[in-house]
Each structure stands twice: as C-alpha cells, then as structure tokens.
Design a protein around this ligand. Sequence first.
Ligand SMILES: [Zn+2]
Ligand SMILES: [Zn+2]
Length: 132
Amino acid sequence: MLKRHDLKYTRPRRLVLRALASLKKPCSPYDVQKWIHAKNEAVHVVTIYRVLETFVRIGIVHRHPCDGHFFLCSLPAQPGHHRFLHCTSCGEVREYLNEALCQAEEQCIRSSHFRVHTHVSEFLGTCAACAA
Ligand SMILES: [Zn+2]
Ligand SMILES: [Zn+2]
C-alpha cells in the first residue's frame, strides 16, 4: 500500500503501523509514542502525527469521528466508504460497507447545495463481547 503511493517504508512509519496493529484500538499520537518508547525506540510525537495523517490520506488508517483517535483500517483492500460500529465499552471499532446507504445519503442532501468534502457514519453502542 505504501509502495503504491510512492511512500518509503521508513522506521517511523513501520513503528507507527506496528503500534496501531498491536494496540488494536483507536489511539492518540501519544498512545502510539508510549508503545514505541516501550520498545526502546524513539519517534517525536510530531513525526507520529504526520505519519498518521499520511496513513489517513492513503486510507490505511481512519481518524475516529468522535474523539479524533486513530486506528488501523480493517478493510484496506475494499474501496468505498467505510462505516463504523464503535463499542463505547471496550473501544473496539468494527467496519462495514454499504453502497446503497451511501447513495441514499447523497440523495438526501442533494437539494441542500451543501458542498460535501467527506462524510462519516458511526454507530455507538455495545459490542457482542461486551454485551455478553
Ligand atoms: Zn476502513
Ligand atoms: Zn466492546
């Protein structure tokens, strides 16, 4: 994915990816930095932030609509608008796609002359594991 976007697999990028993959929930740049420090490595938080922004731009990381935290996309191979199911108890985010919903939403706002840059869709609730 990085290669496709002409991005080198640099040390900070590799560490940020590994941090997100092992933390497994939406994190702030400081959470990522803490994980990297625990591995006896050091990356400046500004660099981490920049890496995260780059990953968001190429679609392998999402920025959480509620709290601005970052998490690894679980459907990177599936193009389209990813929607989120966010468990407020454990923080887990599941993703799904629904093309018909996207079209219905676009239809809804068509007459408003609102210029859309992007849209986010998120359900807040309790995941099956937490509900059990
Ligand atoms: Zn995604
Ligand atoms: Zn949960």
